[in-house]
Design a protein around this ligand. Sequence first.
Ligand code: CR6
Length: 871
Amino acid sequence: IETKIPAQSREVWNKHKVQKFSTAEEFEEKFISHVEWTLARSLYNCDDIAAYQATSQSVRDNLVIDWNKTQQRQTARDGKKVYYLSLEFLMGRALDNALINMRTDTSTHDVGSTDETLTKGNTSREMIRNAMKQLGFKLEDVLEQEPDAALGNGGLGRLAACFVDSLATGNYPAWGYGLRYQYGIFAQKIINGYQVETPDYWLNFSNPWEIDRWEIQVPINFYGYVDRSDKEKTTISPSDWIGGERVLAVAHDMPIPGFKTSTVNNLRLWSAKPTTEFDFAKFNNGDYKNSVEQQQRAESITAVLYPNDNFDQGKELRLKQQYFWCAASLHDIVRRFKKNKKPWSEFPEAIAIQLNDTHPTLAIVELQRILVDLEKLEWHYSWDIVTKTFAYTNHTVMQEALEKWPVGLLGHLLPRHLEIIYDINWFFLQSVEKKFPHDVDLLSKVSVIEEASQERYVRMAFLAIIGSHKVNGVAELHSDLIKTTIFQDFVKIYGANKFTNVTNGITPRRWLKQANPKLAELISETINDPDDDYLLDMSKLTALSKYAEDEAFQTKWNDVKQFNKLRLADLIKHLNDGVDIIDREHIRNTLFDIQVKRIHEYKRQQLNIFGVIHRYLSIKELLQSGASIEKVAERYPRKVSIFGGKSAPGYYMAKLIIKLVNSVAEVVNADTEIQDLLKVFFIPDYNVSKAEIITPASDLSEHISTAGTEASGTSNMKFVMNGGLIIGTVDGANVEITREIGEDNIFLFGNLSENVEELRYKHQFSNPGLPEGLVKVLNALESGAFSPQNSSEFRPLIDSIKHQGDYYLVSDDFDSYIATQDLVDQVYHKDKKEWLKKSILSVANVGFFSSDRCIEEYAETIWNAEPVKPE
Ligand code: CR6
């Protein structure tokens, strides 16, 4: 590897080689030096926030040493590099995760834990906990200081975060590329039952996890026009793209440590800043203020994350974000490739780029532009390189989520790119016509340009397919669906082999070890794996199966669940202004029923809350008919119904569902007549760090989307990994979860995806009459029972079912949902042993859903990339 340092100076460098801390003593020294030097504070004004900063800086120092070594090793070995382009990385907190993943080689120096209650099995985390204690701090309190890095909306963003963890753990030479938004997903407040959004300025106290690379600045151009005045010219040069606006992309790196390996990969996030170029024309006109203002506009590009999940809003600034990020990343990737002086033909052997949804599709166009306009390579030769490099992951079949950009808008922002898109499309359509002559219909169906309405649009998913060598869905059912619905014509053109499946996964480091230390400890003890190797090889969990019916073990298993339920009860009390709604005494016999995820009609939180209302009305009916509370409790045992999740700020129906949940909670929780048989709570501001407390506490979680709408879902996997059972539809990854853990261990209900179309069709014509139970619920809503001030408040929810075709099939699935909930009660309350057995068997067989498996599949079947292991 090249260096500017002369050979004779290397000795000095080597003599002063930086060292990682590896003992508690060394950590304490580091910590204090960061308090004094980095934070300019001292013993006298070091609070928990400062302690968090100093600890993070110290841990980061260790990571950076391994980061540097990893980068050198990966460069020297020159294996294929993988780049994961994602507009969202929903990372959550970094410190605890780094403590779990980091190796400090503590074998000889570990001071060990004297506190019996501490969790064993992670020496570096325990060492830091002890050292913190020595320094006068409690690790848990210090960890709480860290704001979530919430640069994502939901599943797609969290998937990217799990992937970078698994890429590092698997020692793959892989970088993530994204945007460094100043504002992550908004913080959700609930005021009078309504969602109110407040900005999430997460960089408030500076971010110890990022390394600012002010030296890496990439100029990015927008607007302007392509000069074609020289009719003699046959090719276009970058200099022919004239005028417009220029901003700089600056790199910020986050180290991503692998688990039980010294590999530390990189997550590079770009931020926008003005160029130092000066607009002389404006200045000469005396318009100094205006020219400064225009420059300031640059920063707005990376100011905020768009808060929509599964919905395409089509705003110009969003397209600007996309190009800014794609161009900066591509420039960076190409620059690194060119250092090697390899021929361009080797680009696809050296580099794989994975597109996380269609958001980075412009990267395809940008690489073609780089090769043709800058490098002057022939069109088809370039296009061959491009298509061999890219692969595209689709995450939805829902029309409203599929990106399309008005041709006018795209051409205005990126004039040269629109030309290239037209050319890509022209060559593509030619090849289609050759294969299917005279099929004019087909040509318009697969064209990248949609011409159906007045406005013409660029269909990004089609462009992504055409520019990629592989297209994958995220669960088997979903991958099958895309082949028969939205992409069926492309299967006809390319054959089925271009389309594949990689079922999503989650990292067990964060979602088991970090979120549920008690369960992790019980597992490692039971399967005799003190070093937590099962976190790398989840098939080891199958050893739990033999204890599934062991009563002593079941008791321990249940104790862990109770501990986690108490932890959640504490959080709920805290969020409920100190008012406790959960009866601690009966918590063992109270079923925690949880649905936390983005609020969306297709995810059907409305079905869940209608079910809650149904239960409430039924309890009231029984009481009114004279039944004693004990008798009622036999039919409707204790249950806490917990909801959480954000709605897109402009999504009216989703916001109304949030209001309904809160209104129902108000009525039900205040009703002393039903005592504690039913409680309802909406957890405000659901995010990654709250998920780490919520997920381990579920007895039951709800994954009840209309069949065929949820591409995969990943929280379903998290709940199962934490010993919670699932009530769910035959949708997304629920299908494979059922296959892995066994159909006896999951509560499935509802219509199948193959019947959805027909059911919807029928709704248009006939009104077969709603199920009796649902009618009761809707009548109660209509009567204003949950909205005394405004009895028509929930009218739109009622109408969507009664008068607007019930698109999400709530009425079709209602009865089977209620019947299945009854079955859940039966097993939970009448046969606890059976319940615990199901829970244990679920965890024993959840291994398939580790994101490590998922990344291995991508590496083998899509990227053709190999790990680069440390010596
Ligand atoms: N909203 C899917 O809806 C899937 C994730 C990750 C989603 C969800 O079922 O688990 O992606 N889709 O693959 C999109 O974001 C478009 C999601 O998170």
